[in-house]
Design a binder for this molecule. Structure first.
Ligand code: GUN
Ligand code: FE
Length: 444
């Protein structure tokens, strides 16, 4: 599938096996006789064994299935501060709003309460996979990973590294401790989910400003010895941040050379924001195969970018792009909001570029919020769309009757393409009836 292609299957069937994987995908099933074609397509049971039992769940009229949303950039400890600090520039916002809030996660009981609410809140929005930044605290970060496993949300979970340029009350105790806690969290997550089926650790230097060179170097070493670990950080978010980075690292011309020098860039790097990009940085992104977490909500309200990333240009060059809520710089926990804001931001870019960078379509923002995000997380073999062998991460969308929420449906027979477009543009969590991760019902 390309980003602009959307396949709508009016009468299909998906068979999910006991491991939560898609075993069969049928595109033309008679709704009056679903079991017939499914049993016909199933591999025959060995002669001496009884056939595998099949439980059928048929969707009610007006409901349809979509792949779960992938949130490529999310600060779990900022769940409760969403919406605060509108219009502030990034470093001021961190100091005034974010650091005092994140510091509260030193208390494990606060972390347990807030993280449980955060995960429930995102599952409710159909976020079946989130790449989470934790706070700097090891215990709280382990709690976040445990809760994702318990509640069944697919996630990357990272202890946030910040050894300098943050207040004394919220800073890693030392360079060594920053790295030791990182290693301990990786070990914990590998212990509770040994195969990383649902939850994986992610290296999470907050951004270069908050990391001593030795921390960046140490994380690069960890990355080298753990080639399966994803890496996430903030990249070229806003002028205030870029200027401060340049002052702290005068030896580097730009952030791509900086993070590259410390061994933090490659296919598994998830770089948030990327609002300001030079031609050189665009080329290096492509060469290094870094992924972009596009976060239009925060970009246009908090942080001082007040301009969203050049997504059309990334896509034209074949650079991986996904969407992020960036909760809590982003005020909304809804990926539908992220999709709509991505359209709005891209329309502004179209005007600013004199028509060169066309605005994004419904199909394209849907791609970004599902398969595009999966690619950014290097999980495209596992999730992002419905395909045989992939995990069944899915949302049951309801559009009529009691499910309607604020969507306005004129008639019963509007057809799937129109229902889908209305869901993307006007839907909310009231339309998200059920959510599945790896075949497990996690909401509804
Ligand atoms: N840069 C460093 N930390 C943060 C953060 O928490 N949010 C955003 N939007 N940018 C950052
Ligand atoms: Fe962020």
């Amino acid at each position: 599938l390309s980003a602009s292609e959307l396949e709508i299957i009016p009468s299909g069937a998906i068979v999910v096996n006991s491991e939560g994987r898609i075993q069969l995908l049928l595109r033309d099933v008679n709704p009056n006789d679903p079991l017939g074609p499914i049993t016909a397509a199933m591999p025959p049971a060995p002669p001496d064994q009884p056939p595998t039992p099949i439980a059928i769940h048929q969707l009610l009229p007006g409901r349809f299935l979509i792949p779960g949303f992938v949130d490529t950039h999310n600060h779990a400890p900022q769940w409760e501060q969403r919406g605060l600090g509108q219009g502030m520039h990034i470093l001021d916002w961190l100091e005034a709003i974010t650091f005092p809030n994140e510091a509260r996660f030193a208390d494990p009981s606060h972390a347990r309460r807030a993280y449980a609410s955060c995960i429930d809140g995102f599952l409710r929005q159909g976020v079946t996979m989130a790449s989470y930044y934790g706070s700097l605290h090891g215990e709280a970060t382990n709690i976040l990973a445990d809760l994702c496993l318990e509640k069944g949300q697919r996630a990357f979970v990272g202890k946030c590294n910040m050894s300098r340029h943050s207040p004394a009350y919220y800073r890693d105790a030392s360079i060594q401790e920053s790295l030791d806690v990182t290693e301990a969290c990786i070990a914990h997550i590998r212990k509770v989910d040994p195969e990383g089926k649902l939850v994986k650790p992610v290296l999470t230097p907050r951004f270069a400003i908050s990391c001593d060179n030795e921390v960046l170097r140490g994380l690069g070493e960890i990355a080298k010895h753990n080639p399966d670990l994803p890496i996430q950080t903030h990249f070229n978010e806003a002028e205030q941040e870029m200027k401060a980075t340049k002052e702290l690292f005068p030896e580097f011309e730009n952030e791509i050379d900086l993070y590259g020098h410390f061994g933090l860039l490659g296919e598994r790097s998830i770089l948030a924001h990327c609002c300001h990009m030079t031609e050189y940085e665009m080329q290096r992104f492509k060469e290094l195969r870094c992924g972009v977490a596009h976060c239009p909500a925060s970009n246009m309200t908090v942080g001082g970018g007040f301009m969203a990333a050049p997504v059309r240009e990334f896509m034209r060059r074949g650079i991986k792009v996904g969407l992020g809520t960036d909760s809590g710089g982003g005020y909304s926990s809804s990926m539908l909001d992220a999709m709509r804001l991505a359209i709005v931001a891209s329309n502004a870019r179209e005007v600013m570029s004199g028509g060169k960078d066309k605005g994004l379509s419904i199909a394209e923002v849907f791609y970004l919020s599902t398969l595009g995000g999966a690619e950014v997380c290097c999980l495209e073999g596992e999730i992002g769309n419905f395909a045989v062998g992939k995990a069944f991460d899915a949302i049951v969308v309801g559009t009529t009757g009691a499910d309607q929420g604020i969507m306005t449906m004129v008639g019963e027979d509007e057809g799937l393409p129109m229902m889908f477009e209305k869901f993307v543009m006007t839907g909310d969590d009231r339309n998200i009836i059920q959510v599945y991760v790896q075949g497990r019902l996690v909401k509804g």
